[in-house]
Design a protein around this ligand. Structure first.
Ligand SMILES: Cc1cc2nc3c(=O)[nH]c(=O)nc-3n(C[C@H](O)[C@H](O)[C@H](O)COP(=O)(O)OP(=O)(O)OC[C@H]3O[C@@H](n4cnc5c(N)ncnc54)[C@H](O)[C@@H]3O)c2cc1C
Length: 293
């Protein structure tokens, strides 16, 4: 398909279209056209935003023509590697993900409708940098990183640091995400991702909470806790005070409620603050309980 076909079919604003064959070629196009060029992956965010005339990039760099960016593999040393073109459904259904990284499968499954997930990528979900991006909270809880390739080489960065502001990620001129890397969970760890509303027409979360909790061997005390709030600030955010409330402690109802209250106070919702803070409180209680059953 060329840019004219795509424009005609989708009633898009005018753009020039590239199909690079290598990551290096894609990065050099992005570098050459600076802020005027955008990466096209699944297109579920990008093309919809263009159709709505919310954005009109002059150049689209379609990375789907780059071989070897669609993979999901375990490196044998505790790291799951997800290529930038792996779709959410491919990730959700991958044997290695289901067996060894069930929370990654959950993050993928809860990021969109089944039809959208057939083409949408997890890398695109992160690069879009929406505060409500559904794959982000659990990936942050898991300590996941993105591998970034630019014209001068590659670097990795925690997903937690990749979100800079609402719809702003940490990519510099000429850079793209090539891989998501997820370390294996320590023993006695469990987690969950809860969002409200659970399913809606648009599926955009009003509030979401991701939690991963590691217990000691006797399952008596919390060794580590990650609690990440979505859609309550310009970026998905760690609720550090809530995490510290339960770390090193034996959980009971009172402590869980204290942590949830701390999370609700840490949230920084710009709209409907009382409603969203209450949702954070309620979801955090549920999430901690479900992660420690
Ligand atoms: C009907 C519908 C329902 C949806 N439901 C949900 C939902 O429930 N939860 C949710 O979180 N999202 C949802 N979305 C949004 C969207 O589907 C996801 O964000 C999706 O994962 C985006 O992936 P993509 O491959 O389609 O990205 P694209 O649309 O191709 O790109 C999105 C953005 O990321 C950039 N980009 C993509 N890949 C890269 C890369 N490798 N390197 C650098 N930049 C890159 C693009 O330039 C663009 O700015 C929904 C969208 C639709 C249309």
């Amino acid at each position: 398909m060329n840019s004219s076909d795509l424009r005609y079919l989708m009633n898009l604003p005018k753009f020039e279209y590239f199909e690079p064959k290598t990551i290096e070629e894609a990065c050099s196009l992005l570098h050459k056209y600076k802020g005027d060029a955008m990466v096209l992956a699944g297109g579920t965010d990008l093309l919809v935003s263009m159709k709505k005339r919310e954005i009109s990039p002059k150049y689209l760099v379609n990375i789907k023509t780059i071989p070897d960016l669609n993979y999901i593999r375990y490196n044998g040393e505790g790291l799951l590697q997800i290529g930038a073109l792996a779709t959410l459904n491919e990730i959700k259904d991958a044997k290695i993900v289901k067996e060894k990284f069930p929370l990654v499968a959950e993050a993928a499954e809860k990021s969109g409708l089944p039809t959208t997930r057939n083409v949408a990528t997890m890398a695109g979900n992160l690069c879009n940098a929406l505060p409500a991006a559904d794959s982000a909270p659990l990936l942050i809880c898991l300590g996941a990183k993105v591998k970034i390739q630019g014209v001068e080489g590659s670097r990795t960065m925690l997903v937690e640091d990749f979100f800079v502001d609402s719809k702003v990620n940490a990519l510099q001129n000429g850079e793209m995400v090539t891989e998501i890397q997820v370390p294996v969970l320590p023993d006695n760890s469990a987690g969950v991702y809860l969002k409200n509303p659970e399913r809606s027409v648009t599926d955009v979360a009003v509030v979401s909470v991701g939690t991963v909790i590691t217990m000691d061997a006797k399952r008596a005390k919390v060794v580590d806790a990650k609690i990440v709030l979505g859609a309550t600030a310009p970026t998905p955010m760690r609720a550090h005070k809530a995490e510290n409330t339960i770390k090193g402690k034996t959980l009971d109802q009172e402590l869980i409620e204290k942590a949830a209250l701390a999370a609700s106070k840490e949230a920084k919702p710009r709209t409907r603050p009382d409603y969203k803070r209450e949702l954070v409180r309620v979801l955090t209680i549920r999430a901690i309980k479900q992660a420690t059953i």
